[in-house]
Design a protein around this ligand. Structure first.
Ligand code: AMP
Length: 389
């Protein structure tokens, strides 16, 4: 998600700059002022409460604002990001926004503060007042709105300075130049956001080979826990030794070891564009672990894909693989193959169902040549990456 707030005194150009941001980044626009004005026209309860305050240039109560924002966010569960105009305007609203972002498992990327001198604001608003039809665009109310801004709203900047997402913008340049300055920061912000994909499929569905090829094509890091554990054993690291003894006694590798190797991988691969996870998360517990690990890196899951292959075909493929040189030790008997399919069924299918509710899982037909399946996957990944922008 890309979440942006436009900040600045009345007349700074927040509404004007919103237009290009909405268009370019497909953000859902929330202007508390616009919503309040609509409520006033509708003569709703909220509108009636806010009418005289707005007409006098004061700030509407935080209780009203929180309801407006919460309802708007709730009504738009599929939004790819939000653009806030005229919110937050008080310290309390800054905390409200934090809470709402946490609830959506996201955060505010940047707060652009459009800086203009008081006299410029007054001049612009008086011109706007000639056509806007807004009862608060007259000199007396404008002066009071600016006073409210200085007293209650400007101090909120400190909150965002401390969080490192405050971006001052020279608001007295041309509209195009202001847009350019904002856009440069947004582009930089987007280049930092990771594209993280989880690739599911039964053993034998081709997720390993397809995942590796996708990672190469899109410049993503391939995180496959199975081979990573094998590597630890080969290198006889501390984790490797512990895993080896467990392998020998036929036990599953415990989560605390899996977490360590993934954590190490994420640390070592800083600067990549994103990750493809394969073979992890395998259980509901591991899905919570992945959320936590990504969150630590300021990131989250962008896309989930499930490669679907009918069971009989899976068994045929695994059986054929067991007869080749690159057969894995866990594929070398029918009993083991059946056990792995069962493990997937009982432990991993619930994870896919969870993701389906949270993000939607994209299903890919895994039948056909490697190239045909790869083309289907690529098409979806292209779409997924586009949706992030
Ligand atoms: P705007 O359209 O953003 O200039 O807002 C117009 C008026 O709506 C303001 O002067 C306030 O009275 C009210 N208002 C808009 N947003 C807020 C907010 N976040 N908190 C309090 N009052 C607001």
């Amino acid at each position: 998600m890309l979440n942006i707030a436009l900040f600045g005194p009345p007349g700074a150009g927040k509404g004007t700059q919103s237009e290009f941001l909405i268009r370019k980044y497909n953000l859902y626009y929330i202007s508390t002022g616009d919503i309040l004005r609509k409520e006033i026209v509708r003569k709703s309860e909220l509108g009636l409460q806010a009418k005289s305050i707005i007409e006098n240039g004061g700030l509407a109560p935080d209780e009203i604002i929180v309801q407006i924002i919460e309802n708007t966010i709730k009504e738009n569960p599929d939004a790819k990001g939000f653009l806030f105009d005229g919110f937050p305007r008080t310290y309390i609203q800054a905390y409200i926004l934090e809470g709402l972002m946490i609830k959506l498992n996201t955060s505010l990327n940047c707060l652009f503060s459009l800086e203009v001198k008081e006299e410029e604001s007054v001049k612009r608003l008086l011109i706007r007042g000639e056509t806007s039809g807004r009862s608060d665009d007259n000199e007396e109310v404008i002066r009071f709105r600016l006073k409210e801004y200085e007293a209650k709203t400007r101090p909120v900047l400190q909150f965002y300075k401390e969080r490192g997402i405050y971006v001052p913008i020279k608001g007295q340049q041309s509209i195009e130049k202001v847009s350019q300055d904002i856009d440069a920061v947004v582009q930089n912000e987007l280049s930092k956001s990771l594209f993280n994909m989880v690739l599911f499929g039964y053993p034998g569905s081709g997720r390993g080979s397809q995942g590796k090829a996708l990672a190469e094509k899109y410049g993503l890091e391939f995180v496959a826990t199975g081979p990573m554990l094998d590597q630890e054993i080969k290198m006889q690291t501390a984790i490797g030794k512990e895993v080896e003894s467990l392998y020998e006694s036929g036990q599953l590798v415990p989560d605390h070891l899996v977490v360590q190797i993934i954590e190490k991988k994420l640390e070592q691969s800083k600067g990549v564009k994103g990750y493809i996870f394969k073979g992890f998360p395998r259980t509901l517990v591991q899905s919570y672990i992945l959320d936590g690990l990504l969150k630590k890196h300021g990131s989250s899951i962008s896309m989930v894909i499930n490669i679907e292959v009918p069971t009989l075909e899976l068994i045929q493929r695994l059986d054929a693989r067991s007869k080749t040189n690159h057969g894995m030790p866990y594929d070398n008997s029918t009993a083991k193959i059946v056990k792995r399919l069962q493990e997937h069924e009982t432990k991993t299918i619930p994870v896919i169902e969870k993701y389906n509710q949270l993000h939607g899982v994209c299903k890919i037909d895994g039948l056909g040549t490697f190239e045909a399946v790869f083309a289907r996957l690529s098409k979806e990944v292209d779409e997924g990456i586009k949706r992030m922008r």
